[in-house]
Design a protein around this ligand. Structure first.
Ligand SMILES: [Fe+2]
Length: 357
């Protein structure tokens, strides 16, 4: 979910030029047999058909519901263990003063949260990994060190979560390049916030960008690997008949989407919070040795990344409390260095680094 874009939406409207330091011009992206033109008529008779057609799919029960409930409990423990005053049983304690820094989009970046044991345990869930294996038809995968989502309903202490329709990839690089994902932890119905997408619009992304490549007032982007839709762009999608649809999911369901799919998130509006762990995997064959080394360093330094599993973008956002560096921030996760299974360690990419690197 373009994690690092989340706090940048109030920046001036300028688009980075090609000399910008965050122009990853040599990075190609991932390839998936599902999106090869020669296989466009292939049918899978499962959620992969939804993904190819709609650009989004819900993988039901990627994690058993009872284990999803355990993750919810562990995530609530994590919030309470800051001992800032948050109490899961008292809605009045849902306040920035009593919680770690979580932005209006529900995203938490600091505190080593990307490497907390609960986050790694979600990434190591077999049902989650298998979904990405099916898309890439490859078992040699690496995983992002992405952020964690904690959205509580009706927060008055945060700015409103305005719509920020976007794609999480470079508009100048067409075709399928990345499959994003999130594991939904709590019941997530129509009013419980979460992912909203413009179904099917991934298939016209290249056409759209050909038409809008010289737009005069683009949405500011901190990286070329992100594109924000203007009102004109939204009108184009609407005129082409595309509809926005909130994606609902149960505890333990995995939602996956093509990075070309226009999307953003909504805040919950009733009683139920929205918790999720962003998980994105890619074949290690699509990752350079240089990126694997960068990823290794991020792993041992407990640093988070955006959704790109090759550590294309390492999180460098400040963690602030009342405008100052949060004294509760920490480098190392509260649970210590994560304990990984053999497969989990493979997902860090470290075993795939060649000796000369
Ligand atoms: Fe996103």
């Amino acid at each position: 979910m373009a994690t690092q874009t989340a706090t940048q939406t109030s920046q001036p409207k300028i688009r980075l030029n090609k000399k910008a330091p965050v122009d990853f011009s040599s990075f190609v992206g991932c390839s998936s047999p599902l999106f090869e033109a020669a296989k466009k008529d292939r049918r899978y008779n499962d959620w992969r058909d939804d993904l190819v057609r709609d650009g989004v799919a819900v993988v039901k029960g990627a994690i058993p519901e009872d284990r999803a409930n355990q993750y919810a409990d562990r995530m609530l423990n994590w919030l309470e263990d800051f001992q800032l005053g948050f109490d899961r049983n008292d809605p009045n304690t849902v306040h920035a003063d009593k919680l770690p820094a979580i932005n209006e989009k529900g995203m938490c970046f600091g505190y080593g949260v990307s490497h907390e044991q609960f986050a790694w345990d979600v990434r190591q869930e077999q049902g989650v990994i298998e979904a990405f294996e099916k898309v890439y038809e490859d078992k040699d995968l690496i995983v992002s060190f992405d952020s964690v989502g904690f959205s509580f309903p009706n927060r008055k202490d945060l700015p409103p979560n305005k719509a920020w329709p976007h794609q999480d990839q470079d508009p100048e690089k067409g075709g399928f390049r990345c499959l994003q994902g999130l594991v939904n932890i709590l019941p997530n119905g129509p009013d419980d916030g979460g992912l909203i997408v413009c179904k099917g619009a991934h298939l016209v992304s290249e056409e759209f960008h050909e038409e809008f490549k010289n737009e005069e007032d683009p949405v500011w982007a901190w990286t070329k690997e992100w594109y924000g839709f203007t009102s004109q762009g939204m009108n184009w999608l609407e005129n082409r008949g595309f509809k926005w649809e909130k994606i609902c999911a149960g505890p333990g369901d995995l939602i996956v989407w093509d990075s070309r799919l226009p999307h953003y998130n909504l805040s919950p509006t009733k009683e139920t919070p929205r918790f999720c762990v962003y998980t994105c995997y890619m074949p290690v064959k699509d990752c350079s040795q240089e990126d694997l080394v960068k990823k290794k360093d991020a792993f041992y330094e407990f640093r988070g990344t955006s959704h790109w599993p090759n550590a294309l973008q390492i999180n460098a956002l400040p963690v602030l409390r009342n405008g100052q560096p949060d004294p509760h921030n920490r480098v190392k996760p509260a649970s210590g260095a994560p304990k990984l299974s053999e497969r989990g360690f493979q997902l860090t990419g470290i075993p795939y680094i060649k000796a000369e690197c």
